[in-house]
Design a protein around this ligand. Sequence first.
Ligand SMILES: *[C@@H]1O[C@H](CO)[C@@H](O)[C@H](O)[C@H]1NC(C)=O
Ligand SMILES: *[C@@H]1O[C@H](CO)[C@@H](O)[C@H](O)[C@H]1NC(C)=O
Length: 356
Amino acid sequence: MFTGATVALSLISLLLLSPLGFGFSPPQSSESLSVIPITPTTPSNKCNKQDKQVLLQIKKALNNPYLLSSWDPKTACCEWNNLMCDEITDRVISISIRDSPEYTNFKGNIPAAVGDLPYLESLSFDNLPYLTGPIPPTIAKLKNLKQIFIEKTNVSGPVPPFLGQLKNLLLLHFSGNYLSGSIPSELSQLPKLQSLKLDGNKLTGTLPASFGYFKNPAPFIILSRNQLSGNIPTSWGQIDSEQIDLSRNKLVGDASFLFGSKKRLQRIDISRNLLSFDFSKVEFPIKSLVWLDINHNNIYGKLPVALTKLDLQRFNVSYNKLCGQIPQGGRLQSEYDKYAYLHNKCLCGAPLPKCK
Ligand SMILES: *[C@@H]1O[C@H](CO)[C@@H](O)[C@H](O)[C@H]1NC(C)=O
Ligand SMILES: *[C@@H]1O[C@H](CO)[C@@H](O)[C@H](O)[C@H]1NC(C)=O
């Protein structure tokens, strides 16, 4: 789901991580400034000693996995796999560890030592079912971090509130882990956040009201497949995000304020909750909305005629308490069959049987 946007964001992050981006960072140290122009950048000296030591600690903490066999103390660390150095400073700016089925000896917690790579801009642990334990507090030290991905792992414990202090974070993606507890309200303090993905965890509690006060523009908010409950805070009516996915939780009450004719909303999925509100009064952002999934809730009222004006790529209102004539036109009949409308109280008209 939402892959187009994810690709776009990845491109943004690649650009941000390119060596060109370095021009905007302060000099790392006077030593490196004087050394770089006169020293040829042969592979043998491309390694910061401190970083190398930390990387070897990380490798050890992860039980010396085969995946990291290129992390050989005899070679220059900037040549190792699964990481990237800044071309000018040779400091490690990116670590990306993703497993594949053949590497079965990958075990352990996220090493606390990752916090000792002060120039790290990107940290990624992906597809590591044997990566366990909590998100270590040492990550709070990584003030240059622009993106953090912990996805499809067995990492558990809370989403730490200290993440709200990492002011350069653009992407915070923790999809598909065993994270529990509630969503920390501190995340709304991240001034540059573009995408927050916490889907597929064990998160509970209510949605933080503070998310109504994200700096403009609001990030993509993807919280599906958790156990989030209670009402959506009315402050969320101020969120002006392009993508909101709250599907497969236990949210109740009103969600109509997430919509609005003046918003930039493109994709919204609130399916499989216990939401209950009058759909007749919802106003859609006609120019932008292409994805509307509200299936499996207790949403009532009529389908607004404005739905015929939307260029809907995904549309599903099934399993609600909607009633009345389905508006005719737009994509509502040409692109969607009865399965987008079934199991409501008394919806009628094409593609369902005629109204009586
Ligand atoms: C991951 O955690 C779940 C739940 O605690 C457990 O059932 C599963 O066996 C764990 N997987 C691995 C590979 O440890
Ligand atoms: C709508 O959702 C229902 C329930 O999940 C599903 O059975 C149906 O196939 C979906 N239809 C469309 C058009 O997405």
